[in-house]
Design a protein around this ligand. Structure first.
Ligand code: ADP
Length: 495
């Protein structure tokens, strides 16, 4: 039966109980006090999170370590882990609407997008790694014939995952699913403003049969709970998606503690490059708007720098502005809303600060630039286009993580490539051209983990997401992700 607005409204009225930590298979209060969760939809208090103190984090990592060492999961046959992860995927599907609504209530993503990108994607990710795990083989090395050298792939041990608030279930699953599939234990630290759907996922994981201690969740402030986790000597691998500032800290914590491996996905300032010979400039203009404004720009691969060939710049910006004016922000729980809420007041104020700096530096606002729907008490912003942005401007260099698009003209392909690469980031890019040769030259030339051609933002679980430059290291998604959660061991046998 098709999902109706009434179904969503009913779920959205449910009272959310005070949340707890999941440690060693039991739900308990944290000793770091409680923090309020505010609704980005109306600014009101939704519920409270329990904050895990350093002592709670130590118990969670110790539980994960015990579970790993005694083999309750790590030494289960791959087919056994596969069956459990398939059950979890089925449970996510069964509770998809509930999970999506819960997630939107604390993170603010428009529900139409959340339904696909959150439970839909998470279930698919668990299925993908469940299916992968009994198909990944070790190797026999091509040594001399008097030796047999076997290369084993082993789970690393305890994986800590610290995740952000923009797509908690999707990004969480990208890390939890391959980590669990390969036999590791996991301690998850969700973002303060997007913990609810992941805590519900943890309940479903227990119901699916993930043994106690194998999957633990500690909520709380980054500087307390996250820091304790990152400094833990019980954590072997840290996987993270979030800001560059926190990524840098995680590398320092690793150096200060046990040299745990750190895999970081740190966002971007992704160029979307439109050449005058694009096959359909109107389609490109609509796609360029969606590439930055869906989920209020809170997308790590968002096309936040639009580079347009000067000969079509004014016409393109006019079409872009027309497409953008149709993307009005609204209540993210309404099925027809295309741009939801900004996650928090801090984030909204940061977005507006970027716009103020951009105008001071000589950029020109074409649409938006202001807070919207303030009377609701929620955090909304009008999709904002700024033209005349130069590489030395703050809006060109720094990630906003909000609905603000920087537009810059270029003359020719060489300048387009130079401008595209004039960034410390290297996560994603788009190129619009009818020339196959030009498209391939740009794909080769742009330093980013993905280059979209004549589209923007397409992806699925079969391809890696990995940042170049200061966008990070290591891959989420695809079989390549398994490398982060396993290590190689050689057995050298003299025959
Ligand atoms: P964003 O800008 O996406 O909020 P953050 O890097 O601040 O990015 O947050 C991403 C995640 O990192 C969140 O779960 C947050 O709690 C956590 N975090 C923030 N600061 C720290 C820290 N010092 N140590 C560990 N985790 C942190």
């Amino acid at each position: 039966m098709a999902l109706t607005q009434a179904d969503i409204d009913t779920l959205a009225k449910a009272t959310i109980p005070a949340q707890k930590l999941l440690i060693d298979g039991t739900w308990r209060e944290g000793r770091g006090g409680e923090t309020e969760v505010l609704s980005p939809i109306n600014g009101r208090i939704l519920t409270t999170l329990s904050a895990a103190s350093a002592a709670d984090v130590a118990e969670a990592t110790a539980a994960a370590r015990r579970a790993f060492e005694d083999g309750r999961w790590s030494r289960m046959a791959p087919a056994g882990r596969k069956a459990v992860l398939h059950r979890l995927a089925d449970l996510i599907d069964r509770h998809a609407t509930e999970l999506a609504v819960l997630g939107v209530r604390d993170n603010g993503t428009e529900i139409s997008m959340a339904l696909k990108a959150e439970p839909g994607s998470a279930a698919g990710t668990f299925r993908y790694y469940a299916e992968a795990i009994d198909k990944v083989y070790g190797e026999i090395a091509p040594t001399a014939l008097n030796v047999l050298a076997l290369i084993h792939r082993e789970p690393v041990g305890v994986v800590a995952a610290i995740v952000p608030w923009n797509f908690p279930l999707m990004i969480g699953a990208w890390k939890i699913a391959p980590a669990l599939a390969t036999g590791n234990s996991v301690v998850l630290k969700p973002a303060e403003t997007a913990s609810l759907s992941l805590l519900r996922l943890a309940e479903l994981a227990l119901e699916a049969g993930v043994p106690p201690g194998v999957f633990n969740v500690v909520t709380g402030p980054g500087r307390v709970t996250g820091e304790a986790l990152a400094l833990s000597h019980d954590v072997d691998v840290m996987v993270f998606t979030g800001s560059g500032a926190t990524g840098r800290r995680l590398l320092q914590y690793s150096a200060q503690s046990n040299l745990k491996r750190c895999y970081l996905e740190l966002g971007g300032k992704s160029p979307n490059v439109v050449f005058a010979d694009a096959p359909d400039l109107s389609a490109a203009a609509k796609a360029a708007a969606n590439a930055i404004f869906r989920n209020a720009g809170q997308v790590c691969v968002a096309g936040s720098r639009l580079l347009v060939q000067a000969s079509v710049h004014d016409q393109f910006v006019a079409e872009l502005a027309a497409a953008t004016r149709k993307l009005t922000p609204g209540n993210p729980l309404h099925l027809d809303t295309q741009v939801g809420a900004v996650n928090s007041l801090t984030q909204l104020e940061g977005n507006l600060g970027f716009v103020a700096d951009a105008t001071r530096e000589g950029g020109e606002i074409v649409t938006g630039g202001t807070r919207a729907l303030e009377e609701t008490g929620g955090y909304y912003m009008d999709p904002t286009i700024v033209t005349g942005v130069r590489p030395e401007h703050r809006l060109y260099r720094e990630e906003v993580f909000g609905p603000v698009l920087a537009v810059t003209p270029f003359e020719d392909e060489a300048e387009a490539l130079r401008l595209a690469n004039a960034s410390d980031f290297g996560l994603a890019a788009g190129v619009w051209t009818a020339s196959l040769s030009r498209a391939h030259r740009m794909i080769r030339g742009i330093r980013s983990g993905v280059v979209h051609v004549n589209t923007y933002g397409g992806s699925d679980i079969t391809v890696p997401l990995s940042g170049m430059k200061q966008s990070g290291n290591g891959a989420d998604k695809s079989l390549h992700a398994l490398e982060k959660y396993t290590e190689l061991k050689t057995a050298w046998i003299q025959l």
